[in-house]
Design a protein around this ligand. Structure first.
Ligand code: NAP
Length: 251
């Protein structure tokens, strides 16, 4: 199976921590040059770059808030200017602002939709320009099982993540003739800062009951799926939603 990404160039949003960090490291380990985007965690992003370069890879940290479209051109240029092209966009950055809808403020809705959906749509649009010229591209969108099932206390997040699934299919249809694929990953419960902050011990135990494989996921589980979707081995897969959730949503 061909998972070699040598000569490929990737942009991973939110790659300073958690799932994005694991994805950046895994893409680099497969040979890709990686633009490591972060919003606030500069030293964590620099650590990711250092780890990649120490292992002989190519990487660059670039600060940008995905919700702010005025930063998008600079992000794309970081890839094309420094590494000559852009082949793989992993729209991983995401936030939560959890509360019940009856208590949810307009700001909580705007912040989550702007980062988790609107920003991704506009960044993808910008990334498609070099990909279209190259006639090769991979868009990989980090949705969530919450986008499939909904969740009490996460109406804003669920709406954004479900919206991402429709967006992914539309991009897949529009770009198929240019040899650009678009797919979405729906992680289940993955051990990161995001879940560490949101779940009490009681909620964690209840969540674990719902995972047939009997463990929570690790960022590396999502990174492995991302590398596969980015590779030549996945060239006949587009418009798909892949749950990587230990079986949580199978029934
Ligand atoms: P995390 O640990 O909270 O890390 C979030 C990352 O996104 C950080 O690198 C953060 O950068 C970056 N980020 C946040 N807002 C940003 C913005 N506006 N612009 C640029 N970067 C931004 O989250 P995670 O658990 O790794 O989740 C990653 C993705 O997977 C998210 O889209 C999340 O919704 C999705 N997901 C996670 C789980 C899970 O169980 N963890 C499950 C389903 C889906 P800074 O630190 O520099 O601010």
């Amino acid at each position: 199976m061909q998972l070699d990404l040598t000569e490929r160039v990737a942009l991973v949003t939110g790659a300073s921590r958690g799932i994005g960090r694991a994805i950046a490291l895994a893409l680099a380990a497969s040979g890709a040059a990686v633009v490591v985007n972060y919003r606030g965690s500069e030293s964590a992003a620099n650590d990711v770059v250092e780890q990649i370069t120490q292992q002989g890879g190519r990487a660059l940290a670039v600060q940008a808030d995905i919700a702010d479209e005025s930063s998008h051109d600079a992000l794309i240029k970081a890839a094309t200017g420094n590494f000559g092209r852009l082949d793989i966009l992993v729209n991983n950055a995401g936030i939560t602002r959890d509360t019940l809808l009856l208590r949810m403020k307009a700001d909580d809705i705007d912040a989550v939709l702007n980062t988790n959906l609107r920003g991704i749509m506009l960044l993808t649009k910008a990334a498609l320009r070099p990909m279209t010229k190259q006639r090769w591209g991979r868009i990989i969108n980090m949705s969530s099982i919450i986008g499939l099932t909904g969740n009490a206390g996460q109406a804003n997040y669920a709406a954004a993540k479900a919206g991402l699934l429709g967006f992914t299919k539309s991009v897949a249809l529009e770009m198929a003739s240019r040899n650009i694929t678009a797919n979405a990953i729906c992680p289940g419960f993955i051990e990161t800062d995001m879940t560490a902050h949101a779940f009490t011990d009681e909620l964690r135990a209840a969540a674990l009951q719902r995972v047939p494989l009997g463990r929570f996921g690790s960022p590396d589980d999502i990174a492995a799926t991302t590398v596969f979707l980015a590779s030549e081995a996945a060239s006949y897969i587009t418009g798909q939603t892949l749950a990587v959730d230990g079986g949580w949503t199978m029934y």
